[in-house]
Design a protein around this ligand. Structure first.
Ligand code: T4K
Length: 378
């Protein structure tokens, strides 16, 4: 069997570029791996990283993982959820797959047009006697209405697991985003604002749940001769942890650079009638500028998002249509008769382009991209 070659050989500006620390800083950590010969299985770098993450996210417990998806899938499993899970289809494949791969049924709730997160006013109408959890997404790192979700979950006795894949370092009213809900999964994939090459973590509050998750992430092994559960393997290795330790030192400066890029796009593009960007539901949200979603309204512009995309790619600028199609429109889900009317999500998924954003992106390039968009649209 041969996999299709999957290397992007195009030259140009891509939607993102992974943040790599200075090589010598990474090498310093690698020397420790060479000294100890411990490559994985909760080694010293894993433990150092776990401790720093727990502090950074300001949560009682935090478990690193080999990637965000496994972290999410195993978290749902650790809660023992079986039934309907209210979520949104305006997300990456992982969110819906994690629910379905646990034998649960996704119930799709619509999103807010202003921030693309779950429309909390529409959640209660979707709750049935089969509902077991709400799994909202802090999409693009923009927080969901966490207070309202908490109120609904308490009232109906539901578990809340946040897909916080994009939201590392985000806060609401001075409070770390990781503190909301019963658990939050963060992705540390190469394309994220903070990366460990591949990787992720789960932030939690409950020790029993953390133990269950730990078990599930390590084959159920609890001692050399003790296997207590049917686990998988979702461990983060020492090379990933080393990258995390290095990148954590540079995270704040990277976010500052991302912010400059984001604000320049905002300044240059939102003056065009028919082009808009998002607004968090509260003024005191601290963002990480993980993505730069821009929405093109065909009715006003007379041009579709797709022609803007085609135009930019013809100029070697490679934005992405995150998140189109909706997960509910995927071949594997569209005939599943999943419940939920998601008209807003459908509309905005046909308007969105996530433009290139990463710390090293030159502001001159941002001006060029905006210039091209303006020239094409106006
Ligand atoms: N939940 C949500 C809401 C998520 O968005 C994600 C992941 C997850 C859960 C699951 O977390 P992980 O298991 O992935 O930790 C990318 C990422 O692979 C994925 O992590 C991410 N979301 C998703 C939104 O985007 P693709 O298939 O679109 O990425 P790809 O490989 O086309 O990369 C995009 C561009 O980035 C490339 O055109 C060039 C650049 N790039 C990419 C990589 C991987 C680089 O310059 N270097 C690289 O190493 O999924």
């Amino acid at each position: 069997m041969k996999f299709d070659k999957y290397i992007d050989e195009r030259k140009g500006i891509f939607v993102t570029k992974p943040s790599l620390p200075p090589l010598d800083e990474y090498v310093e950590y690698l020397k420790k791996v060479w000294d100890t010969n411990i490559l994985t299985n909760f080694g010293p770098l894993h433990e150092e990283f776990r401790e720093r993450l727990t502090k950074f996210l300001d949560v009682p417990l935090c478990l690193p993982s080999c990637n965000g998806h496994m972290a999410l899938e195993l978290t749902i499993q650790a809660f023992g959820l079986k039934g309907e899970v209210i979520t949104t289809p305006y997300t990456f494949a992982s969110t819906t797959h994690a629910i379905v791969r646990n034998g649960c049924t996704p119930v799709f709730c619509d999103v807010n047009e202003n921030d693309c997160t779950i429309d909390a006013n529409k959640i209660e109408a979707l709750i049935t006697d089969k509902t077991v959890a709400i799994l909202p997404v802090h999409v693009y790192g923009i927080p969901c209405n966490v207070e309202e979700i908490e109120r609904i979950a308490k009232k109906h006795g539901l578990v809340v697991i946040y897909d916080a894949a994009h939201a590392f370092g985000v806060s609401v009213g001075g409070k770390s985003i990781a503190k909301f809900g019963d658990a939050s999964m963060f992705s540390f994939h190469a394309t994220k604002a903070f990366n460990t090459i591949e990787g992720g973590c789960v932030a939690l509050k409950d020790m029993n749940l953390a133990l269950k998750l730990f078990q599930l992430a390590n084959f159920g092994i609890m001692g050399e001769e003790v296997v207590t559960g049917i686990g998988a393997n979702a461990k983060m290795n020492e090379f990933q942890a080393a990258m995390g330790l290095c990148n954590l030192d540079h995270f704040a400066e990277n976010v500052e650079m991302r912010k400059k890029v984001y604000e320049l796009y905002e300044k240059m593009l939102t003056s065009i009638n028919g082009v808009r960007m998002l607004k968090p539901y509260r003024d005191d949200v601290v963002m990480n500028y993980a993505y730069c979603p821009v929405f093109f309204d065909e009715k006003i512009l007379g041009k579709t998002r797709d022609v803007v995309y085609d135009y930019l790619t013809s100029k070697n600028i490679y934005p992405r249509k995150y998140f189109f199609p909706l997960t509910s429109e995927f071949e594997c889900y569209r005939n599943g008769n999943y419940k939920g009317n998601t008209e807003v999500a459908k509309k905005i998924s046909r308007q969105v382009l996530t433009l290139p954003i990463y710390p090293e992106l030159d502001l001159k390039d941002v001006k060029t991209i905006c210039g091209l968009i303006k020239e094409f649209l106006v």
